[in-house]
Design a protein around this ligand. Structure first.
Ligand code: NAD
Length: 263
């Protein structure tokens, strides 16, 4: 383990354009369950996965009813507003401050990279802290909408202040296309990087899981995984090597080693 941490630090310190990809695994140490790990939401309750697949159609069929339910329903991942970043998130923010990491592309919707201070951030599946207009794609802070009051006053669904389109949560539902701006910029990053650090993802959700495969097609790109268990990227040799363990423990060690190399 120590040797692969040193190796990752050397690779990062020597890279010209390193990016990180993250998934639910980086947030489990903040108390947010993942979906497919041993204690994951889907692993423990496969029926919840089936229900989640129906959510987008329910929204399209009746956005008002969807909003009424969603404002009052218990969230599947708990109260994400109360969650705090862990050493894994802070380590990626630190690597950005050290000018090693140029961008983080996350599948997570929990806004913890933003809270940890990462500036160059692409939220591939959106964020719980934002809402998005389905017509013009504008995003708004969720805090700016008083949704409970809108229920009371029978004003749901929320409408876009710019084009009057229906507003949904910014989080991308199963069956919904990835918003064009984020999909496009993520592809550009995958095509540009010479190092990809992949943290805490099972890498089975597409199209996100294509990003490492796109990077792999170019010569000279180093792909490192930090994950609790091997993934298809490990098995198909898309990644060069796996550092197996917890992101909240391994990433701070990598940062320390990068700083040692930099002197
Ligand atoms: P996943 O649940 O499919 O896989 C998580 C992976 O991380 C597993 O391989 C697991 O073994 C590993 N892992 C768990 N804890 C870890 C730790 N401390 N250190 C290192 N590895 C750890 O997650 P995914 O690949 O991100 O796909 C799930 C989808 O669900 C994503 O699209 C995401 O949007 C959504 N999701 C988001 C959150 C969140 O925002 N925190 C949580 C659950 C699911």
């Amino acid at each position: 383990m120590e040797r692969s941490i040193e190796r990752a630090a050397k690779d990062l310190a020597g890279s010209g354009y390193a990016i990180a990809l993250t998934g639910a695994g980086i947030s489990t140490e903040s108390g947010i369950r993942d979906f497919r790990g041993p204690s994951g939401v889907w692993t423990k309750d496969p029926e919840a996965e089936r229900r989640a697949y129906l959510s987008y159609q329910r929204f399209l069929d009746d956005p008002k009813a969807w909003w009424r339910e969603s404002v009052t329903a218990a969230r599947i991942l708990g109260d994400l507003d109360k969650a705090e970043p862990n050493p894994g998130h802070y380590s990626l923010a630190e690597l950005e401050r050290l000018a090693v990491l140029k961008c983080v592309i996350t599948q997570n919707i929990d806004a913890l990279h933003e809270k940890a201070g990462t500036k160059s951030l692409l939220e591939y599946h959106g964020s719980v802290s934002k809402l998005r207009c389905v017509s013009c794609g504008s995003r708004f802070s969720r805090a700016g909408f008083s949704l409970e009051k809108m229920i009371e006053e029978d004003r749901l669904p929320p409408r876009c202040p710019q084009c009057h389109g229906v507003i949904k949560s910014d989080t991308v539902f199963f069956g919904e296309a990835i918003p064009g701006d984020v999909a496009h910029r993520s592809l550009e990053e995958a095509e540009r990087c010479d190092l990809m650090l992949i943290c805490g993802t099972s890498a089975v959700v597409f199209p996100f899981a294509n990003l490492p495969r796109i990077a792999r097609q170019r010569r000279g790109v180093t792909i490192i995984e930090v994950n609790a268990e091997p993934t298809p990227l490990t098995e198909e040799r898309v990644s060069d090597y796996l550092i197996q363990g917890k992101t909240g423990e391994i990433l701070p060690e990598i940062v320390k080693a990068v700083k040692n190399i930099r002197g």
